[in-house]
Design a protein around this ligand. Sequence first.
Ligand code: COA
Ligand code: ZN
Length: 318
Amino acid sequence: MTPQQSIPQITGSGPKRVTIVEVGPRDGLQNERVRVPTATKVKFIEALADAGLQRIEATSFVLPTAVPQLADAEAVFAQIKRKPGVRYSALVPNLRGMHRAEAADVKEIAVFTAATETFVRHNIRMTLDESFQHFAPVIAEAKERKMAVRGYVSTVFGCPYEGAVTPEQGIAVAERLFALGVQEVSVGDTIGVATPGDVMRWLRAAEGRLPFDRLALHFHDTRGTALANVLIGLEFGIRTFDSTAGGVGGCPFAPGASGNLATEDLLYTLHGLGYETGVDLDKVVEASKIIAQSLDHMLPSRVYQASRVKSCLPVGHM
Ligand code: COA
Ligand code: ZN
């Protein structure tokens, strides 16, 4: 039986192409205790591009003392060999960050806010409204320079400070981002609390209000629900997902957040369902090996781990 026949509701209709936004070099590395040398980051990013990933969030132009792991943003952009067709983006919190990004010849940026006030205050020391005031001119400048802009909404399914979050809170923030002119909004389960039921309720509430072809889902696998949540997204026609090679990272501003959904695990599942990604899974494992050497722990990706242990091959493959 082909995957289409066995799971018709997920694979039966809608585009069969899925875009993966690789956020390992940014969301992943900002949460690692270890400072990864710039040269290793550059090799990692180049290996990710060689694996076929066409969207890579390479770093952040935020306050270096706020995220010392990414203080080498200029050097990273200066040193990577940019592969034609690959979109390398960077996180930018304000005009100061925007000007640093422009000087580094960054062509695509991401701004970020959250569904909950307290998280925004802890993360960027502003109110939600102030965060919009800060990046409105950033988005305007990006438009003038024909740079693509992604908007992140964190804490959509739960907040480390406020607890439960209603669908309306995240939807309203996403609407404001679209109204300001961002091309895409990434809907983030920053602390990895969403269940498939939560994702279903959220997408039902968002249907007709947000353009699903311009939404990305961003899951952390803190409670083991990330892949199940992706399936719900697919069911609703979402075709863009964020992940990190090896499953590196989390968010240092979100107590309890750990491990983004791993790119390898996402690819393994998507390919098994018959989706095309244009990404070579084995080469992502190779990219993860580069970064693993600089970290102080085993990478959480299950597919990565299985690929390192021959005995994990299914019976019949030995
Ligand atoms: N890059 C470098 N320096 C920056 C900067 C940037 N993007 N933004 C501000 N600064 C500098 C200012 O120039 C100023 O320097 P000075 O004292 O020498 O004049 C100093 O930082 C303070 O500026 P201020 O505007 O008051 O910023 P702040 O201290 O309130 O910090 C943010 C606000 C948003 C810049 C900061 O909290 C930040 O970068 N947070 C990032 C959080 C993050 O990356 N989270 C990841 C997503 S989960
Ligand atoms: Zn994240």
